[in-house]
Design a protein around this ligand. Structure first.
Ligand code: SOE
Length: 392
């Protein structure tokens, strides 16, 4: 680490995720006490005008159209990969080979093979001190980090059920354009990899158990859409010309966890009226938890050890300084938002770099999720037959 205690960051990609990560890099050292300060050195994109404008809007010192040049710079310590999934493997492995620490957006890759190669690169690089982490930001929601603590401390007893849903509705309109998230060659899969990946990761994180097999179905409701007027995020407008949607709009599956629990999952972009309803319910022998990201400062807890007459789901407002991450922010009841999950993610990543330990979720954890995604696709393709998921 350089003596001046700053770490130069190069961020590749600057759309929705790039904006969320920029917010985190801008604020992390002001909210948390850290012995290092990230320097937002360079943001990289393909279009000179657009990336220059993004640099100025998001707070980066400079803009570049050449990611290889950016990762080769001596003053760059961290590479933050915020591009569509088709370029994660190439950029992340090159950055690790160049000795940089790498934060890579989820899902880790577009295939198990790519993810495996990334794990090899990450584990070799770790021996030389380069750290890597995959960006499952929702783990850093205080209520979900607290849910993990409750399960870990035994308050739920033996976990029996997980019910996980991720419900969005941003492509219900059949005229919504064919953005990159709807193209397999760029995104890998649809609702499955984009939002299903989050609930797979969260299920494994909160329960501490691994999915061992699944049965699944997927559906694409709208098979053709207008080509986008410009490559853009979630609200682009379309042209007259149409193209094929090559990913799933919805994925439903159920599975078994290695600690004996059973789990059901639903990931869809067609849940009209649900904007970002990422919901998790966990039932154990001694209690239950329920969470919905649309009310992200709340966690519902049923404590089965209380007398039946006074038991009942209790709303915990997860805004106390004792709750994970909250001490860095506002007084009780003032609440946090989506952007804080990224600040927490970047905080944990920097802390691991400073402490010289491997952060979690690791690329190997990302590979684990990738194996579940592949098993879901394979089950859906074989008429919902059971597919086992190999261990790490
Ligand atoms: C779009 O569906 C999206 O931005 C995902 O890509 C994110 O991972 C999720 O947090 C919100 O929805």
């Amino acid at each position: 680490m350089p003596d001046d205690r700053t770490l130069g960051v190069a961020m590749i990609g600057y759309a929705f995720m790039g904006a969320a990560h920029s917010q985190a890099w801008r604020t992390v050292h002001r909210a948390f006490d850290l012995p290092v300060t990230p320097r937002m050195s360079v943001v990289v994109g393909r279009n000179t005008d657009a990336v220059t404008a993004a640099a100025s809007k998001l707070g980066w010192e400079s803009a570049s159209t050449d990611w290889r040049e950016a990762i080769a710079r001596d003053d760059i310590d961290i590479v933050d990969v915020c591009t569509p999934g088709d370029s994660h493997a190439e950029i992340a492995t090159a950055a690790l080979a160049a000795g940089k620490h790498v934060l890579c957006e989820k899902p880790l890759a577009n295939s198990v093979e790519e993810a495996e190669a990334m794990v090899v690169a990450a584990e070799e690089a770790a021996q030389r001190g380069a750290r890597s982490m995959v960006g499952f930001n929702y783990r850093r929601t205080p209520a979900l980090a607290y849910a993990r603590q409750l399960v870990d401390s035994g308050r739920l007893g033996t976990i029996r059920h997980v019910r996980a849903q991720y419900l969005q509705d941003w492509i219900v309109d059949p005229e919504f354009p064919l953005v990159w998230r709807l193209r397999k060659e760029l995104a890998g899969s649809g609702a499955l990899g984009d939002i299903g990946a989050h609930i797979i990761d969260l299920t494994q994180f909160v329960t501490g158990q691994r999915l061992t097999g699944v049965s699944a179905l997927t559906e694409t409701f709208v098979r053709e859409r207008p080509l986008p007027a410009a490559a853009a995020g979630l609200s682009a407008s379309g042209t007259e010309e149409r193209g094929e949607v090559t990913v799933d709009d919805a994925a439903l599956f159920f599975g078994r966890l290695d600690g004996g629990a059973v789990a059901s999952f639903e990931a869809t972009r067609f849940a009209t009226g649900r904007k970002n309803a990422m919901r998790l319910e966990v039932n154990g022998s001694a209690g239950s938890l329920a969470f919905d990201f649309e009310t992200m400062n709340e966690l519902w807890f049923y404590d089965g050890s209380l007398p039946a007459a006074e038991a009942g789901f209790r709303r915990i407002l997860v805004t106390e300084p004792d709750h994970p991450y909250v001490h860095a922010w506002w007084p009780p009841g003032h609440g946090l938002g989506y952007e804080h999950t990224f600040t927490h993610e970047v905080h944990d990543f920097l802390r691991s770099i400073v402490d010289g330990v491997d952060p979690v979720p690791s690329f190997r954890d990302g590979l684990g999720v990738q194996r579940v995604l592949a098993a879901v696709e394979s089950s859906a393709a074989n008429g919902s037959g059971w597919v086992d998921i190999p261990a790490r």
